[in-house]
Design a binder for this molecule. Structure first.
Ligand code: BJW
Ligand code: ZN
Length: 290
């Protein structure tokens, strides 16, 4: 309706040009054009498991081998993938506008590989390539071993085929060969804990320093524009930043595939003065951030 969000690129350019402080919240849809799956809707399955059901400490305690195989597949796919034009458009805009803070929920490392200015990129949910101990504080950054451990080698073509079938609604009965926990990689520091991917699972706190840096950016001054890119904005506290930016005066611009359909956190309450660009972020971001 005429009271809904604008889809006018020229109007968005005017807002962008006059914006001094900008934030972006990114999600899995930013990397979709690079060939990586999303969590909800089409793309949210691995073998016969929901991706979100594997992203919990409880799943890891129940079957660490299964959860590791899922992350081994994700590490492999992310390493094979390349940053897309959406990642690069964010990098270019960030270099032009130093008060542009990007918060990414993605763990795939693609923004880093696109050379996003480090101090303007906040990783909310960690990284597939950080390795932590499930029991102690041990952490190793930037481990790109693929596979991470010989037992975690996966047939990525077969997994990709199964994912495509499951996401098509076909029932895929896959029996994943169990891996005994004692055979999984253990912590070099405490020796007893299992190693795990350095991502943030449901029920776990986001990195404290990262949250503090974002809070201080928001507290510092008003925010002019909040971009919500390729995310359903249904996972907290990440999704909460959209409202926090709004409270600081920001207009909201949503870029995603679903538009106003579905049960979207961020796009469901767009108002006059806001923007909605429906489609592929790899195509839209270079156009709107020019
Ligand atoms: C395209 C596209 C294209 C497609 N172009 N677009 C308040 C209320 C209710 C619940 C809670 C609350 N606060 C906390 C909670 C609990 C929970 C939570 O939020 N639950 C909700 C589900 C309700 N939150 C937590 O548990 C968080 N921790 C926490 O709160 O800790 C508190 C604590 C404090 C102190 C001590 C202890 C605890 C942690 C949340 C961690 C989320 N982790 C995951 C997994 C990360 C590892 C991994 O990658 O495996 O993060 S879950 C998963 O969801 C992943 C994602 O980052 C996240 C968001 O998903 P995303 O990116 O939005 O993907 P999708 O699939 O949802 O959306 C894709 C979008 O792309 C769609 O919009 C498409 O249209 C679009 N798209 N193709 C553009 N080509
Ligand atoms: Zn340990």
């Amino acid at each position: 309706s005429s009271y809904g969000p604008s889809t006018d690129i020229q109007e968005f350019h005017d807002v962008l040009k006059s914006s001094k402080r900008i934030m972006a919240l990114c999600g899995a849809g930013l990397s979709a054009a690079s060939g990586l799956g999303t969590f909800r809707g089409a793309g949210g399955m691995w073998r016969n498991h929901k991706a979100t059901a594997l992203a919990t400490p409880e799943a890891f305690e129940r079957d660490p081998g299964l959860v590791w195989l899922f992350y081994s597949y994700r590490r492999h796919m992310a390493l094979q993938a390349k940053p897309n034009a959406g990642h690069y458009a964010l990098v270019e805009a960030s270099k032009r506008m130093r008060s542009f803070l990007t918060m990414s929920q993605n763990v795939d490392g693609l923004s880093q590989r696109a050379k996003h200015p480090r101090d303007q990129l906040k990783l909310l949910h960690g990284s597939l390539f950080d390795i932590k101990c499930f029991s102690c504080d041990y952490i190793e950054l930037n481990n790109f071993d693929d596979p991470f451990h010989p037992l975690l080698a996966i047939d990525s073509d077969e997994d990709a085929r199964l994912a495509a079938a499951a996401n098509n609604g076909e029932s895929t009965k896959v029996k994943t060969k169990p891996i005994l926990p004692k055979n999984l990689p253990h912590c070099p520091s405490c020796k007893t804990g299992l190693l795990r991917p350095g991502v943030v699972w449901f029920g776990e706190p986001l990195p404290e320093d990262t949250v503090a840096e974002i809070d201080s950016f928001i507290d510092e001054d008003k925010v002019d524009l909040m971009l919500v890119i390729g995310t359903t904005a249904t996972v907290y506290p990440a999704a909460g930043y959209v409202d926090e930016a709004r409270k600081k005066g920001a207009r909201v611009a949503v870029v995603n595939m679903d538009g106003l359909d579905g049960e979207l956190g961020a796009a469901s309450n767009l108002k006059r003065g806001d923007f909605l660009f429906q489609g592929d972020a790899a195509k839209i971001l270079p156009e709107i951030l020019k």
